[in-house]
Design a binder for this molecule. Structure first.
Ligand SMILES: Nc1nc2c(c(=O)[nH]1)N[C@H]1C(S)=C(S)[C@@H](COP(=O)(O)OP(=O)(O)OC[C@H]3O[C@@H](n4cnc5c(N)ncnc54)[C@H](O)[C@@H]3O)O[C@H]1N2
Ligand code: MOO
Length: 397
């Protein structure tokens, strides 16, 4: 069995992007994807010296004088004529300063009598007071984002302001999903006592779509070697990643690894020193990485968090250092026994800043999984802990 960190490093080594492909998409559609190229400002922001407040624009040299009102400057309707000595212009937030003005008096500190403006409160204005200088945010040609930067709503705002309507992004990884097992039916279909709904497929599809993957659901195949081999061949031909669930272990009906070999895949490793998730199979066929997850739903969830989502992130442009889940040390809300030789992942909840395991600790128990919003990570041979001790926790993705 491979140690968990070594297994993750081997998956990182398999992450190869489709060379050269760039999608150009509208700003909002780029959310959650990574830039394919660096991006530069196509305009200067602010494009002129702008007022940061509603008030009166003047030259600081005229401070303290009674000023004569000669016009108005509003956002989008600049007062472009220069003002002379002793003159002022009514100005609003975001409006251009007229030439000759270098500061703004806020209107609360001013008394107005017809076209006569007098400062009645506040500090003596200095040059630049309440002014956003031209180019103070960015200038045309400035490099605003590097290639591989994650597109957030905040970056979308910056790039929209910089004149971009579409962004060049790395392609979404295509992930094929295959559920194996004679006992499985589609969710919602009637079940006999020998059957159960395939809950792994919608769980994984939801995790993958939130992670920005395009999903190709290959459905359910029975425990038939030829059918699984054919589905693996089809899935690897169509996708960047093929995720299978079930049939990963050692039983007579655990057919995924032999089927991968029959389909011409290379097995990179099988079995990881982790719980749940021990029977994970990783391989590749024709440039497609195959992740054979165990069938137990909690095992499928944990291996998806620890291997599938990081691989999707790496194919989407993330560095390995950012792609794998980070842990945070949080106080335990209860005692825990010593761990054995596998890295353990306990379903847990955050309650009042402490982390509490959610039972039962069974890799088929879905209620505990649904109730958990964190995973406690216990290193191999971690010692017993008491309430209040710090423990490593993976928080929700
Ligand atoms: N003798 C041994 N037995 C087992 C070992 C072992 O090392 N030696 N490993 C155990 C571990 S750990 C796990 S995890 C499971 C994983 O087994 P498989 O990946 O072969 O999964 P299956 O046997 O096909 O299914 C296990 C369980 O999960 C249910 N399942 C399968 N697919 C789905 C799905 N899409 N949605 C919901 N539930 C699913 C399936 O019905 C079984 O109940 O093996 C242990 N055994
Ligand atoms: O280690 Mo298996 O993945 O639970 O039950």
């Amino acid at each position: 069995m491979l140690p968990l960190a070594e297994a993750q490093a081997r998956v990182a080594a398999l992450a190869r992007r489709r060379a050269g492909q760039i999608d150009t998409v509208p700003l909002v559609d780029a959310l959650g994807r990574r830039l394919a190229t660096p991006l530069h400002a196509r305009r200067t922001q602010p494009a002129r010296h702008l007022s940061a407040m509603d008030g009166y624009a003047l030259a600081a040299a005229d401070a303290g004088q009674v000023l004569r009102l000669v016009g108005e400057s509003a956002a989008g309707r600049a007062h472009l004529a220069p003002i002379g000595t002793g003159e002022t212009v009514r100005i609003f937030t975001g409006a251009a300063l007229p030439p000759g003005a270098d500061c703004v008096l806020i209107q609360e500190n001013v008394a107005r009598d017809g076209d006569r403006i007098t400062q009645v409160a506040g500090d003596t204005p200095r040059p630049g007071r309440h002014v956003r200088p031209e180019g103070s945010d960015f200038r045309e040609g400035d490099r605003l984002a590097d290639a591989a930067t994650l597109v957030t709503p905040r970056l979308i705002a910056l790039l929209a302001a910089a004149g971009h309507a579409e962004l060049p992004v790395l392609p979404r990884p295509r992930v094929a999903l295959l559920s194996t097992g004679d006992e499985l039916v589609a969710p919602g279909a009637p079940t006999t006592p020998d059957q159960l709904p395939s809950s792994n497929a919608p769980m994984l599809a939801a995790m993958l779509s939130a992670a920005g993957a395009d999903i190709l659901d290959l459905g359910i195949v029975p425990d038939d070697p030829d059918a699984i081999t054919a589905a693996i061949a089809a899935g690897t031909a169509a996708a960047d990643i093929l995720v299978t669930t079930g049939g990963a272990s050692v039983g007579d009906h655990d057919l995924v690894r032999p089927a991968m070999v029959a389909a011409g895949a290379r097995i990179d490793f099988w079995r990881v020193a982790m719980r749940p998730g021990k029977p994970l199979i990783v391989g590749e066929r024709g440039g497609c990485v195959i992740l054979g997850l165990p069938g137990n739903p909690v095992s499928a969830y944990v291996t998806a968090r620890l291997f599938v989502l990081p691989l999707v992130a790496m194919l989407g442009g993330a560095d390995a250092a950012d792609a794998f889940p980070q842990t945070r040390a949080l106080p335990l809300g209860t005692a825990l026994g010593a761990n054995d030789g596998r890295t353990d992942h306990l379903r847990a909840r955050l309650v009042d800043g402490a982390v509490l395991p959610v039972g039962p600790n069974d890799s088929a128990a879905l209620k505990g999984l649904a109730a958990a919003d964190a995973l406690i990570v216990r290193a191999p041979h971690a010692p017993a802990l008491v309430a209040g001790d710090l423990v490593d926790v993976i928080l929700p993705a």
